[in-house]
Design a protein around this ligand. Structure first.
Ligand code: SAH
Length: 466
């Protein structure tokens, strides 16, 4: 399996600096599925070609079977096309051999990183499901001109017809960093057959390497779909994030809606009652290190800061705007050093395991889950209950049965336009009981706010304890 990258912008051998591979040497590295080599068949001032050759060990791939819990190795036959066609193995090799270039760094000549060069890429054998039209759709919007030739199945037997394989040459003027990102994402998309398990961290890879170009690509949905190997849930999550990033200014929208929600609930000063109920549960657990997940503008953080029992307080939110407001409201920059050290604000999402959430005694998740798409709840559950795993989790959400009692809320409307769902008490209990059983927490439920004999209280709170 071979990939060559040619630079024709003088001094062409700058390619060696950018790839962090000296043109005068052979660079070899063992990978889990074979061995990769980088060398330069040509290294002149006008033209310089770097070749990445990958020797796949097909026998080793199959032997992997027994060592992987009897589940089967990456491939189940000794004879297959994997050693010869550019596939996700090639992507992994690009990532390993050109890691520094892919991260956009160049130690010796940093000014080269952002310099567009006249580049040509050749992939002698590519498996392309969707053929030439799909190849063009993928690469032309990124500014490449593309030449392809469909290979015969067997040159000795022309009557057998064409194979599914193509030889591909791409030419364009771009940075080496962009070129590598495009290849890294799109080679497995072409091949449409990933060799490794596709998990949630693949979304991170896709978004990281697709940064700056995938969002606006006309084939964005198909690329995400294929890259994540037709994994519908993952694809939806990835697309949702790309779309989120695209939205004009979601924070402004949410801020307007927050005012509306506050108006609906104001008569009860429900917010204060909710926060004091949550605070009470955190305090009685004896927690010292606490998390406020989806901390918004920091109302709970303010109360936590006032209580010295809480020696380490971390607020996390997906919205940078909310975090900035929280920082302002709490007067972070004016706090004395010792107070400031107790509080950390972090930008992050509850959809992704984050090591910063580990080693805490308790977590509050106040009026957040109803903002998550219900199909994303499973990811949130694992991130919090399985990965971060604090001993106590205090979680609140609206009780939809109570909505009928809000005078200003039209029938059937949720309290906030950004709410994806609101649960009845029975629905909340069914969810909480399932989560408790699944992750080994006991659960208690509490009403928060004035309780109506028929419709219950406006807010419902679950307290999970390990
Ligand atoms: N807990 C706060 C804010 C509730 S509003 C309070 O009670 O005042 C819901 C908050 O959840 C918003 O600030 C929103 O930005 C945040 N949020 C929504 N989705 C999130 C996610 N995936 N990860 C982290 N925070 C999220």
């Amino acid at each position: 399996m071979l990939l060559t990258i040619t630079n024709t912008t003088p001094a062409a051998t700058d390619l060696g600096f950018l790839l962090h591979k000296n043109p005068a040497r052979l660079h070899t590295r063992d990978l889990p599925f074979g061995r990769a080599h980088v060398f330069y068949p040509k290294a002149g001032n006008d033209e310089c070609t770097a070749a990445l050759m990958l020797e796949i060990d097909p026998v080793g791939l199959v032997r992997g079977r027994s060592s992987q819990n009897g589940e089967g190795g990456p491939l189940d036959q000794y004879v297959n096309d994997r050693p010869y066609v550019a596939s996700s193995f090639m992507s992994v090799a690009i990532g390993r051999m050109f890691a520094t270039a892919m991260s956009g760094r160049c130690k010796d000549r940093p000014e080269l990183v952002d310099t567009p060069l006249a580049l040509r890429v050749s992939l002698p054998v590519v498996a392309c499901r969707g053929g030439k039209p799909f190849l063009k759709k993928l690469f032309e919007p990124l500014g490449y001109s593309i030449e392809t030739e469909q290979l015969e199945l067997d040159t000795a037997f022309p009557e057998w017809g064409a194979s599914p394989y193509h030889s591909v040459t791409l030419a364009g003027t771009c940075t080496v960093h962009d070129l590598l990102s495009h290849l890294y994402v799109l080679i497995p998309v072409l091949d449409d057959e990933k060799h490794y398990y596709v998990g949630a961290d693949e979304i991170e890879k896709l978004l990281r390497h697709g940064d700056g170009w995938l969002q606006g690509h006309p084939e964005r949905d198909e690329i995400a779909h294929r890259y994540l190997k037709h994994h519908r849930r993952l694809t939806r999550m990835a697309l949702a994030r790309l779309v989120e990033e695209e939205a004009a200014d979601p924070d402004v929208e949410v801020a307007v809606q927050d005012v509306e929600e506050a108006e609906t609930e104001r008569s009860l000063s429900l917010n204060e009652q909710r926060l004091s109920a949550v605070l009470h549960q955190l305090k009685t657990s004896g927690a010292k290190r606490v998390l406020d997940l989806g901390c918004g503008e920091g109302r709970l953080l303010k109360l936590l800061l006032k209580d010295i029992q809480f020696s380490s307080i971390t607020g996390m939110d997906v919205s940078v705007r909310a975090l900035e407001t929280a920082s302002e409201r709490l007067g972070l920059s004016r706090l004395p050093e010792r107070q400031r050290q107790r509080l950390t604000l972090i930008h992050g999402s509850l959809m992704y395991s984050d090591s910063r959430l580990k080693s805490h005694d308790a977590a509050a998740v106040v009026e957040v889950i109803e903002h998550l798409e219900s199909y994303r709840l499973a990811a949130f559950e694992r991130v919090l209950f399985e990965f971060a795993q604090p001993a106590r989790i205090v979680l609140t959400t609206p009780n939809v049965e109570y909505n009928i009692l809000f005078e200003t809320l039209p029938a059937g409307r949720l309290r906030h336009r950004d709410h994806r769902f609101e649960w009845t008490r029975a629905e909340f209990r069914a969810w909480g009981d399932r989560i408790g059983a699944q992750f080994g927490y006991s659960v208690e439920y509490f009403p928060v706010g004035p309780e109506d004999p028929i419709h219950g209280a406006p807010t419902q709170m679950a307290v999970f304890s390990q």
